[in-house]
Design a protein around this ligand. Structure first.
Ligand code: AGP
Length: 634
């Protein structure tokens, strides 16, 4: 395609066009969502409303099981929740039920593979979030006992296992069954013989209990409970609950009763919705100034000293740092590397968690391992954490979810306070993860004496001003929407940068490709002539990030190389940067900040570019195909 419509755009664009909202706090997100209800209401509407609030976790299929007068009624369909709702029309009526919305892991999305799954006689129904790692051997053993399987899923072994142990006590049968299971699970179980009673248990997948009056609930996540109750129990690994309309009993893995304090949810259900924005992603892009303020709050002292509560002082003596994460969180680690090395003069390795966990990494008690995960439930990141601990390394978790698995298993946690991030494409989690990287770099630098008082003051002051600077980037016209609409007509887009800009370019490319399905690639600008330049032809859009003064001249040369081959350049640089603005075809000015702090601002126009391109292409922005909010399976 030629330059096409891109050439007609005026040079300077500003981003934004919506007002920032006001949002509070946290939740948790693995894939798949389960709900359970028992009480005085008709169960199906409660289950459907709960699944609707969990659909962002996975949406390949959905299903419910209800204790009816004539036994258990199961309705389940491939496709989004709406498909299930159309199939229900009153066929399942009862006051106790379980429901599930799925992100396929074992077995393609189909009616048969949808949850709930049942035993042979249809007397037990199970919904499950997680993965049963030894399901094949369990399936073979159960087949040898005469059990017949109908689906391709790992989950289906669960009802058959429970059936095997069931002798009238559902709680005992579930306990015996999960003893044989290796893997992760949050599951809820119904039994035909005991209507109104449900059992739930968790390991490595979150599960919460909702406490009502004459009714009680279980769910993967708190939002599913909020239309009915704010009083909850957050279950820990191994804990099991027996739930009736009258009450909830909690037991540990050894069947001992557990007392738990009620966790009162303080945020408003409506706030977990879109709040007037067309998509969660856009809402969350505009929440970034507040998310940054909340994440920085209380962590920078009057004297400019950074306070990281719970982080042991002796960790400043680490000989190296190893950051491991997936996806956008990994890209935050790339920025972390630059800033920690620059400020604390510590060698930093950054590695994708799925690589780290299998290569016998060279980490030890003198290596500070930092795992970054918005959800705190990503399987590869959790496994990398466990591998690091096995190697004797102290582990710091950076996560957005209180009580998430990485938070519970790390030696210390530094939370991002981004609030609910519902869109699959991570935005405010990324910028708040960057904020924590800066805080960690400053915390280490001061203790290691590697930072001049002057530079520390400059960086700390700049960090504190970032929320306001981010607001400036987000306000103004929305010309970016128009250029995004033109870029959306292309099938290939490149992002280039040097140093910190190269790190951010990788996040920009991921944003664009994961929600607009345009092939996007990030490249170190200095590397272009070693191959990728061959792909630059007339009109190919190239997003050039040029915020790093120290390499600006080189960056301008790289942009000229691209233009000489006909590429169309969208430049992103500090306002007033004549060199960048002159050479670019389109230009996005950023408020001037210290170049070390630029990434938190640079990424915002890239997020908006991806968003508007995806909208222009009619994509499902919040729930892009094949993806889920948190990948709790390998
Ligand atoms: C980000 O836009 C993606 N949805 C994905 O790469 C995500 O960052 C990755 O799966 C890691 O998730 P986590 O931060 O919850 O561990």
């Amino acid at each position: 395609m030629g330059t096409g419509g891109l050439a007609k755009f005026p040079v300077v664009f500003v981003t934004g066009g919506y007002g920032p909202p006001d949002f509070p706090i946290e939740e948790r997100w693995p894939v798949c969502g389960i709900v359970g209800y028992t009480g005085y209401r008709d169960a199906v509407p409660v289950l459907i409303e709960g699944l609707r609030r969990l659909e962002y976790r996975g949406y390949d299929s959905a299903g419910v099981a209800v204790s009816c007068e004539d036994g258990l009624r199961i309705v389940k369909r491939a496709g989004k929740l709406g498909v299930l709702v159309e199939s229900l029309d009153g066929v399942a009526r009862g006051h106790c039920g379980i429901g599930h919305t799925r992100w396929a892991t074992h077995g393609r999305p189909s009616d048969e593979n949808a949850h709930p799954h049942t035993d042979c006689a249809g007397s037990l129904a199970v919904v499950h979030n997680g993965i049963i790692e030894n399901y094949e051997e369990l399936r073979e053993w159960l087949r040898g006992l005469g059990h017949v399987f109908r689906s391709e899923t790992d989950t289906e072994v669960l009802p058959h296992l429970i059936e095997h142990f069931y002798a009238g006590d559902l709680l005992a049968a579930v306990r015996e069954a999960v003893r044989l299971v290796r893997g992760s699970y949050a599951l809820a179980v119904l039994c035909r013989e005991n209507p109104g009673f449900l059992v739930a248990v968790r390991r490595d997948s979150p599960l919460v209990v909702g406490l009502g009056r004459g009714e009680n609930f279980v769910a993967s996540d708190i939002p599913a409970l909020l239309p009915y109750t704010r009083r909850t129990y957050v279950l820990n690994d191994g804990e099991m609950v027996a739930v009736t309309p009258e009450g909830v009993r909690i037991f540990d893995a050894q069947a001992r009763p557990v007392h738990k304090d009620v966790f009162e949810v303080t945020w408003d259900a409506a706030q977990a919705e879109k709040g007037g924005y067309p998509h969660f992603m856009l809402k969350e892009i505009y929440e970034q100034p507040k998310a940054l303020r909340d994440t920085l709050r209380g962590r920078i002292g009057a004297d400019g000293a950074v306070a990281l509560r719970d982080v042991p002082e002796e960790w400043a003596g680490a000989k190296k740092v190893h950051i491991t994460a997936c996806g956008t969180a990994y890209h935050a680690g790339l920025v972390g590397k630059y800033v920690i090395e620059r400020l604390a003069r510590l060698p930093v390795a950054v590695e994708i968690a799925s690589e780290f966990r299998y290569r016998q990494p060279l980490v030890d008690r003198d290596t500070l391992v930092v795992v970054v995960s918005q959800s705190g439930e990503t399987a590869d990141t959790l496994a990398a954490l466990r591998e690091a601990r096995r190697c004797g390394a102290p582990v710091l978790a950076v996560t957005n979810v209180v009580g998430s698995s990485v938070a519970r298993e790390a030696d210390a946690t530094c939370y991002t306070w981004a609030g609910p991030e519902i869109a699959v494409a991570s935005t405010k989690a990324y910028t708040t993860q960057l904020a924590v990287m800066y805080l960690l770099a400053l915390w280490l630098a001061r203790r290691r004496g590697t930072l001049s008082a002057e530079l520390e003051r400059e960086v700390v002051a700049g960090l504190a001003r970032l929320p306001a600077a981010a607001e400036r980037v987000l306000t103004g016209g929305d010309r970016l929407r128009e250029v995004a609409g033109e870029i959306a007509r292309h099938e290939h887009v490149f992002f280039i940068g040097r140093g910190l800009d190269y790190a951010v370019a990788q996040e920009g490319a991921l944003k664009l490709k994961e929600i607009s399905y345009i092939h996007a690639e990030a490249y170190a600008a200095g590397e272009l002539k070693h191959g990728t330049l061959a792909l630059i032809t007339d009109g190919v859009p190239v997003v050039a990030l040029a915020t790093q003064e120290t390499v600006l001249e080189k960056m301008v040369s790289n942009v000229k190389e691209v233009k000489a081959r006909g590429g169309w350049i969208l430049g992103v640089a500090m306002e007033g940067c004549r060199a960048a603005q002159t050479v670019a075809d389109g230009f996005v000015p950023l408020p001037r900040v210290h170049e070390l702090l630029a990434p938190i601002l640079t990424v915002i126009p890239l997020q908006l570019l991806a968003y508007h391109a995806a909208v222009a292409r009619g994509c499902d922005v919040d729930q892009p195909r094949n993806l889920a909010k948190s990948v709790t399976v390998e």
